[in-house]
Design a protein around this ligand. Structure first.
Ligand SMILES: [Zn+2]
Ligand SMILES: [Zn+2]
Length: 236
């Protein structure tokens, strides 16, 4: 779905729970996250609308390895031949082997059930990414390691468009914006430092995966409100 306030050649495709972002560069493109079962069709439809094919996708960038982001990873990597980029800490999530503890077991159980009902097959990361690394796509995409939701959770920042793909750093539904629920977040103690990092980066637009109305300027304000509500007082 194209929204007028997004940079040209960025298509944020609604999936069952979140969004898959297609970044187009001429006849080649990059996918950020892969969605879940049944979500290949809208991706293919968007590609065809643009006159592109599956093998136009040259790279798949993973924000993290949860099922709603890596659900189609194995299949998409196979049919596109794309190189998969992700943080090394996320492979264990992709394989469904992360040792969830305490309240986090809720997340582990939902992931387990989700993998079973969607006939999930685990994919693999081809190239491990690190904080600060620039990937040669879409005019250059900088890896921004943003732990909190998972240990290897990463955003991708485009200096050219001054836009951060924020993954699951936060969620924004209707008028509400909040951190991912604690039972879905493996290491919430890192949220504050991740938010501080994004504020230092100071992108004009932010695009989380989970949202209703696609508006990168509005999400930037949402992120600031979360900072004020959750963390700012601790820093006075
Ligand atoms: Zn997640
Ligand atoms: Zn998610």
């Amino acid at each position: 779905m194209k929204k007028k306030n997004l940079p040209p050649n960025l298509y944020s495709i609604p999936a069952l729970f979140g969004h898959v972002n297609l970044l187009v560069d001429g006849e080649e493109c990059v996918l950020i996250d892969t969605g879940m079962l049944g979500e290949l069709r809208p991706i293919r439809k968007q590609l065809r609308t643009l006159g592109l094919e599956w093998d136009s996708i040259k790279a798949i960038l993973l924000t993290h390895g949860h099922l709603d982001h890596a659900g189609n990873l194995e299949k998409l990597a196979r049919i596109t031949g794309a190189t998969v980029y992700g943080h090394s800490e996320e492979q264990i999530h992709i394989e469904g082997k992360y040792p969830y503890r305490g309240i986090n077991r809720v997340c582990g159980l939902l992931e387990f059930l989700g993998r079973a009902v969607t006939f999930y097959k685990a994919g693999g990361i081809d190239e491990f990414i690190e904080d600060g690394q620039t990937l040669p796509f879409w005019g250059g995409l900088k890896v921004v390691h943003l732990p909190g939701h998972t240990k290897g959770h990463c955003g991708f920042y485009s200096p050219k468009h001054d836009l951060l793909f924020a993954g699951d750093l936060f969620l924004s539904y209707f008028c509400f914006h909040y951190l991912p629920p604690v039972f879905f977040s493996n290491c919430p103690e890192f949220f504050e430092q991740s938010f501080r990092k994004v504020r230092d980066l100071n992108p004009t637009q932010v695009l989380p995966c989970h949202h209703i109305f696609t508006d990168g300027y509005r999400f930037r304000r949402s992120m600031d409100k979360i900072w004020e509500r959750k963390f700012a007082n601790r820093n006075q």
